[in-house]
Design a protein around this ligand. Structure first.
Ligand code: ATP
Ligand code: MG
Length: 572
């Protein structure tokens, strides 16, 4: 017997991750009066993926755990790449994952005026200057990590001239790219981010929230840390690549003289057999390699949702992988394990035949239809039983029959017996082939009436149990069989002369017409709040796609069933 574990209990007894340790120490030391306030800060320049889900679960999870708060803040400093479509999708995804920012929805663009004031503070302190060099010149004079940069000739501009030029940048006097505002820090710093970084640029571009009211925009680095400060975030949790930005963020906070959040970096989540960069995901969508952001093969949250993943399974995955300090790659099979575990408990069972071949039971009465019974979900007795019609002509999977099988083949073959799940034991007597193709057209069997499932005499042992669907009552459905999008474990790790696209799996989508037992029609798929995910017995977990109509059902394969063989034999 498997013990039932309460996930809450498990969480309590698990040792703290390193971020929780830091937070608990801060609480003990009375830092921020013990207050915990985190945020999830996406740039609305793409759809969220499973890596973001990790960050969402972490930030909102910590807020919850320490009776704190978590903000949703859009770091929308780049008007060119950002769109309302992304903002909406991000909110939908965070909510779907089960988190609530309550009334704390913010935008970095709400702080543009404040950020401008901060820039003025730096200029007045002689810590920022307007630079007339082009982007090319700036990057040429930045040096390399081992070679110091060269100071800009505009670095010595007077405070008055800087104030004048910066305000004229704001009023739109200068074209794009002609001037920038730079922090005056240290061109010799071993940290490239400290070499007089650009903090404002001229961009006559329409912003999705501020419209045309600005033609200068702060750089992400000048907005992110200060936005955290304005929101009095106590623990700014971000991914490792920001570790090298931390000295710069600290410098801004110190020089401007504002509240200092504590930045903590953790390792990005990477998952095998997929790419996670927003740029690449956008390319896949734009180039038509997938059918949109919510293509069920995408690692996006909306793709996983459409595929049939549940929020619980994703939260559980995020929890299980923990928080790492070093970059690592998580095996996608762990994510698949999490959804299997969740759906095993919750999804009702159905019999569905994906690659049907006809079986005629010669000694079964031609007009008889029996109602067989089977547990809706053997893991959950409260779900009761479902009725499954049985008749003379049924479908089984083509793969479950072999004319000339090896010894270990425990399915149907000439002269051999199998049990039809929830029905009878049948024995194969002969086959009829298509005269042209030689393909098997019909399998003829006899059944043993003494072996009806559930009857006392039904205990006769046979090695294999097959699923089946009665022909006359079968419901046809389109089934989309998804496989991994890439054939390479790490598609970003390319061989010479190749790109990640060279590793796309040509068989990542296969569409078949399946025959499904008729109880699918009364399962409540289209009733609001109804559960639309099923286990197709012996095959896997399937979810109703949004393309479905009551006239035409469409299913997505969420994951195949692992160990389906041993399972079937045990639960017979
Ligand atoms: P970009 O290159 O556009 O910045 P991004 O993936 O960093 O892409 P953001 O919108 O900046 O996207 O990310 C929002 C938050 O999610 C950030 O705090 C970021 O650190 C975190 N995040 C992004 N990718 C991952 C990942 N793979 N694992 C964990 N957290 C992530
Ligand atoms: Mg980012």
């Amino acid at each position: 017997m498997e013990e039932t574990k309460n996930p809450e209990d498990e969480r309590e007894t698990r040792s703290l991750n390193f971020i929780e340790e830091i937070i608990e120490e801060d609480i003990r030391n009375g830092v921020n009066e013990g207050r915990v306030h985190t945020r999830f800060p996406p740039e609305p320049n793409g759809y969220l993926h499973i890596g973001h889900a990790k960050s969402i679960c972490l930030n909102f999870g910590l807020g919850k755990k320490y009776n704190g708060k978590t903000n949703l803040r859009f770091d929308d400093t780049n008007p060119v790449r950002e769109e309302v479509e992304y903002v909406d999708s991000i909110m939908e995804d965070v909510r779907w994952l089960g988190f609530d920012w309550e009334d704390r929805l913010f935008y970095a663009s709400d702080y543009f005026e404040q950020l401008y004031e901060y820039a003025l503070i730096l200029i007045r302190k002689g810590k920022a200057f307007v630079c007339d060099m082009t982007a090319g010149e700036i990057s040429e004079t930045r040096g390399t990590p081992t070679r110091p940069g060269k100071e800009s000739i505009y670095r010595s501009r007077s405070i008055e001239e800087n104030l004048d030029l910066f305000s004229r940048m704001r009023t739109g006097e200068f074209p794009d790219g002609t001037r920038v505002l730079r922090a005056k820090i240290d061109m010799d710093s071993p940290n490239m981010h400290m070499r007089d970084p650009v903090i404002y640029r001229i961009l006559h571009a329409h912003h999705h929230r501020t419209g045309d009211s600005w033609c200068i925009y702060p750089m992400y680095d000048f907005a992110h840390g200060q936005s955290d400060s304005i929101e009095r975030i106590t623990h700014s949790i971000c991914t490792l690549e920001f570790e090298v930005h931390r000295p710069l963020y600290d410098w801004f906070i110190r020089e401007i003289g504002i509240y200092a959040p504590r930045q903590i970096e953790f390792a990005r989540l990477n998952v095998t057999y997929t790419v996670m960069s927003k740029r690449k995901l956008l390319e896949l969508v734009r180039d038509g390699n997938v059918n949109g952001w919510d293509d069920p093969r995408m690692p996006t949250i909306c793709g996983l949702r459409r595929r049939g993943f549940t929020p619980e399974s994703i939260r559980n995955f995020a929890d299980t992988i923990g928080v790492a300090k070093r970059d690592n790659v998580i095996d996608v099979s762990l994510l698949e394990f999490c959804i299997r575990e969740d759906l095993n408990k919750r999804a009702n069972r159905l019999m569905a035949v994906l690659n049907p071949v006809k079986v005629v039971i010669d000694n079964y009465p031609g007009d008889l239809v029996e109602e067989m019974e089977s547990a809706s979900n053997p893991e959950d007795e409260s779900k009761g039983k479902r009725k499954i019609p049985f008749s003379k002509t049924i479908f089984i999977e083509r793969e479950d029959f072999m004319e000339d099988p090896p010894n270990k083949f425990f399915r149907l073959a000439p002269g051999r017996e199998v049990r039809l799940k929830a029905a009878y034991i049948i024995r194969c007597e002969s086959v009829v082939k298509d005269p042209e193709t030689g393909e098997i057209a019909e399998i003829h069997c006899t059944y043993d009436p003494q072996t009806k499932s559930g009857m006392p005499e039904s205990n006769r042992k046979v090695k294999g149990t097959l699923h089946w669907v009665s022909e006359k009552q079968a419901v046809k459905a389109e089934v989309r069989l998804y496989d991994r999008l890439f054939t390479r474990e790490n598609p970003d790790d390319v061989e010479e002369g190749k790109t990640y696209k060279d590793y796309m799996n040509p068989d990542s989508l296969k569409v078949v017409t399946a025959m499904i037992e008729p109880s699918v029609l009364t399962a409540g798929i289209f009733t609001p709040g109804g559960f639309d995910k099923f286990q197709f017995e012996r095959i896997g977990y399937f979810s109703v796609d949004k393309d479905s109509t009551p006239e035409k059902l469409v299913f997505n394969r969420v994951v195949p069933l692992k160990d389906s063989w041993s399972k079937v034999e045990k639960t017979k």
